[in-house]
Ligand binder design. Structure first.
Ligand code: OOG
Ligand code: NI
Length: 472
């Protein structure tokens, strides 16, 4: 549906597929390891995230049911108000290794915070427009009510084949684009002046998908490729710099398209008049290792001082990415160091010692000269090694999200990598805000650190179990 709605998104998918293919065939030709684990490779071609923006808690509740039915749960609290946007968000995504491997689709879901609209008149206008709309057709509401009735909170009901067949087209429709606004040009302009996001959230009859994002193995190549193909790309790639061992999330996008919309206008023939709206865009991401709390603190402190230094005069002769790379020299780009210093999460697995250690993966040193611990000895004796691989970051970065938002809202100031976006990570009062948001949406939000930690723990346990078996 989105590809039909925004044909440029189709071009982006082609570009990303080409780049991923090049990266993989190059590593095969050079006989080096793929830059992605085999399990992850299978999911790569279908991997996407998308984003929607919602007006009220009641609307959010309906969408939450749809996502829960599809096996997704809210994970991570993103307080975009810290970045000057009138919204807070979470992402619905699958949890657990098996589900992520089958399809890691995530939806970044933002909720408008009316109390962050400073002027009372616009706030009331937004509120009254939202009160009048219903994003969910009755047939879908009834279906959801029936399916969820009697289901314990937080549990996922099972769908019969017949209900599933009815559910899918009804649910898809909720996310469709509507070029007819629900308001007059005047009301649209009023809200847009307060913030273009508010106009986008309030003035249409549904929470249209505003972007879909494929995952690439080489985001720098896609950035160059977009420009080469005449796609209007965002100036900078958000997030950490290019590294041998990627961390977190790097993102770029093509800028939002100007689209024809039709405002209510009683004086016009047919009751509508032509206008324009810019909101929908295409985005590309590349994902690296999930960082621990300690790792994220280090990331954030480097990023904050980098942003600070970018506000002062920058040398004209070096590019943004070069300066960013230089700033990140104090973040070890070495899996062994990242593991020893507890900066990233890893999964562990047991292997025969006779396969050559794979590039890009660490292996615990188990040579005979190494420490004479019983474990090391036993491993050496059985010619076994324990390997570790970084766990992929499945979540989002609020600071980057703010960068994506601002380069896609037409009236925002021109994009500047040095914009003073402060860090919302571990901000003051973050826990209280998260609780208030959970109450607003009536759902508990999962903590992604806990999820990564659990995945790491399970892999350790698995190795321990197998070692126990092999040494018996
Ligand atoms: C969502 C922006 C956040 C990302 O990738 O960080 C996002 C939006 O524009 O509604 O999708
Ligand atoms: Ni996105």
């Amino acid at each position: 549906m989105y590809r039909n709605e925004v044909p440029l998104y189709g071009d982006l998918i082609t570009l990303v597929t080409d780049v991923n293919h090049d990266v993989l065939s190059e590593s095969a030709a050079l006989d080096i390891d793929k830059p992605i684990a085999d399990g992850d490779l299978m999911r790569l071609t279908l991997e996407r995230h998308g984003a929607i923006r919602v007006g009220t808690a009641a609307e959010f509740a309906v969408l939450a049911k749809i996502f829960v039915l599809l096996g997704m749960s809210p994970v991570g609290f993103y307080d975009l108000s810290e970045c000057g946007l009138p919204i807070q968000a979470t992402a619905f995504r699958p949890i657990g290794e098996g589900a992520l491997q089958r399809n890691p689709f995530r939806v970044f879901t933002s909720l408008l915070q009316l109390d962050l609209i400073p002027d009372a008149q616009s706030r009331q206008l937004a509120q009254s427009i939202l009160q009048k709309r219903d994003i969910c057709p009755d047939a879908l509401k009834q279906l959801l009510d029936r399916i969820f009735s009697g289901v314990q909170e937080g549990k996922r009901p099972l769908l019969s084949e017949q209900d599933a067949a009815a559910f899918i087209p009804l649910a898809i429709d909720v996310f469709r684009w509507h070029s007819n606004t629900t308001v007059s040009r005047q009301d649209y302009d009023t809200l847009r002046k307060v913030h273009p996001l508010i106009a986008d959230i309030c003035c249409f009859s549904g929470p249209h998908i505003n972007h879909l994002t494929p995952r690439t193995l080489d985001i720098d190549a896609v950035q160059i490729g977009m420009n080469a193909r005449g796609i209007d790309a965002k100036e900078i790639i958000e997030g950490p710099p290019r590294r041998v061992n990627s961390i977190l999330l790097r993102q770029t996008s093509f800028k939002a398209l100007e689209e024809a919309v039709y405002f209510l206008d009683q004086s016009a023939v047919g009751g509508r008049t032509l206008g324009h709206h810019t909101a929908r865009f295409g985005e590309i991401e590349s994902r690296g290792a999930a960082l621990t709390r300690k790792g994220l603190r280090l990331y954030q402190s480097i990023m904050n001082s980098f942003i600070h230094s970018e506000q002062e005069a920058t040398e004209a002769d070096s590019t943004y990415q070069d300066r960013l790379e230089a700033a990140f020299r104090s973040f070890p780009d070495d899996l062994a160091a990242m593991r020893e210093q507890g900066l990233a999460y890893f999964t562990y697995s047991l292997h025969r010692d006779d396969t050559p250690a794979e590039r890009g993966k660490g292996s615990a040193s188990l040579s005979r000269r190494s420490s004479a611990s019983a474990l090391d000895q036993a491993l050496a004796q059985h010619r076994l090694v324990i390997r570790y691989e970084p766990i992929t970051y499945e979540d989002f970065l609020p600071q980057s999200a703010a960068g994506i938002f601002s380069s896609n809202l037409a009236s925002s100031p021109k994009e500047s990598p040095a914009s003073n976006r402060s860090s919302p990570v571990a901000g003051e009062g973050e826990d209280d805000k998260k609780k208030a948001f959970e109450e607003q949406i009536g759902l508990k939000i999962g903590d992604y650190f806990d999820l990564y930690e659990e995945a790491q723990r399970q892999s350790v346990e698995h190795v321990a179990d197998r070692l126990h078996l092999s040494f018996e």
